[in-house]
Design a protein around this ligand. Structure first.
Ligand code: HAM
Length: 422
């Protein structure tokens, strides 16, 4: 065994796993094209300020989890901890939208967060996600939720909950902040240092605390809804109306505030009890109407969601959903003896050039050992190239499923197999 291993909180995605990843990614991509989201790929690292500005100094991500480093030019860079801010940056940098126009983007990308690793929580995780920029319409929030819901249904995620809340906007949030401060202040002595700081700088964050005492207190804390301004209240009720009409079930949770500061109005999470233990959220998102402006752009509303691929796969594994994986090769070319090896190499190339997935027995092995290899590869046909057959211009084609064997003209093999693989 090597003395090196992958860094804590990261993992190799092995060849036995990649077919499942590709299956999931293909489902996501195909839904994105049905809903009109175009793929974007942003760099793995960005200027640190992009994240400190957008996610908020008091967020766990910025205060504790970023992989930040000075590069050789003394610039402060950060490995992408989440995908939304980079998309806001790219949107502005490349003029991907104009006022009143909708821009819909999707991505599949790794993110990096220095968290304490455990099942479903990694230091490098991957998200599928999307962002719709340019409209405040509550129907767009519903569209994003509808795509997410369809994805989870298509993948076979069992019994999950969509948890919904509104986190208001810069107009109504100050009153809610004051209400939270007034509620928690008499209990300052039981709050930890982090929570006391949250209460001072950003009281909404305290509802996200993991401290058991704070969680208990949070049960009695005021919810945001009575504090929403008319615009936010109307928006929230219209999102709910759309979800009801689309038959997408949700539950309201006054404590859902999400871990990033850019959210306004709609906030949501998808949760399940299957397979994830305490990391029960496998997707989340919401509206972020001030994000693009905070990055120096014009007022540009936006809404989106991201879902952790590792978490989705853990849920699927826990409930035994077996995704379809890559098909096995069709043919296994088996040269029998030195005289047929050159022709076997040619035949293998011919088959592959015609799109027939094929393998070959390398290394001058015996018939028996090549048949073992052919079985292991999952191939349907073994093409046995003996010197006698070759002299007659023939190949022995063994059907490994029915264990029958026929002779085919050598110059017909590729055409026949290619027509089968169509
Ligand atoms: P987030 O809730 O921080 O939101 O992450 C989205 C999802 O990524 C989570 O629900 C979870 O499934 C997965 N995830 C997060 N951290 C980890 C981790 N350490 N290990 C494994 N999986 C993880 C965002 O990142 C927002 N950018 C989502 C969004 C898009 N909001 C609007 N648009």
């Amino acid at each position: 065994m090597s003395r090196y291993h992958s860094p804590r909180g990261t993992r190799d995605i092995l060849p036995t796993e990649t077919p499942t990843w590709r299956w999931l990614e293909a489902k996501f991509r195909s839904l994105c094209s049905v809903y009109g989201y175009e793929e974007i790929r942003t760099p793995l690292f960005e200027h640190t300020e992009l994240f400190t500005r957008s996610s908020g100094e008091t967020s766990e991500i910025v205060s504790k989890q970023m992989y930040t480093f000075q590069d050789r030019g003394d610039e402060s860079l950060t490995l992408r901890p989440e995908g939304t801010a980079p998309i806001g940056r790219a949107y502005l940098e490349h003029g991907l939208g104009s006022p009143g126009q909708l821009t819909k983007l999707c991505y599949l990308a790794p993110n990096f967060r220095y968290e304490r690793p455990q099942a479903g929580r990694y230091r490098q995780h991957h998200q599928v996600g999307l962002e719709a920029l340019g409209s405040q319409d509550p129907a767009l929030d519903a569209e994003v939720l509808c795509l997410a819901d369809q994805l989870f249904q298509d993948l076979g995620i069992p019994a999950y909950e969509l948890v919904l809340n509104s986190v208001g906007c810069p107009q109504c949030r100050p009153a809610y902040r004051d209400a939270l401060r007034a509620y928690f202040e008499p209990h300052l002595s039981v709050l930890g240092e982090d929570d006391r700081r949250r209460l001072e700088v950003n009281p909404l964050r305290i509802l996200d605390s993991k401290d058991p005492e704070c969680v208990r207190l949070g049960d009695g804390a005021p919810g945001v809804v009575p504090y929403l301004c008319q615009e936010c209240a109307d928006h929230f009720s219209q999102v709910q109306g759309h979800l009801n009409r689309l038959g997408i079930a949700f539950i309201l949770d006054k404590r859902l505030v999400r871990g990033l500061d850019y959210y306004t109005k709609t906030a949501f999470e998808f949760r399940t009890a299957s397979g994830l233990g305490s990391q029960n959220s496998f997707g989340g998102g919401g509206r972020y109407d001030g994000l693009v402006e905070s990055l120096g752009g014009p007022p540009t509303p936006g809404v989106g969601f991201g879902s952790g691929i590792e978490r989705l796969l853990l849920v699927l594994e826990a409930v035994g959903v077996e995704p379809q994986t890559t098909p096995s090769p069709i043919a296994f070319v088996a040269p029998l003896g030195d005289g047929s090896r050159d022709r076997a190499v040619e035949l293998l190339a011919e088959l592959r050039r015609q799109g027939v997935a094929s393998e070959m027995g390398y290394g001058g092995r015996s018939l028996k050992s090549q048949m073992k290899q052919a079985d292991k590869s999952g191939a349907r046909y073994a093409l046995l190239l003996g010197e006698d057959e070759l002299a007659k211009g023939e190949v022995a084609v063994r059907d490994l499923k029915s264990s029958t064997q026929e002779s085919w003209p050598l110059n017909e093999v590729t055409r026949r197999l290619a027509s089968m693989s169509l």
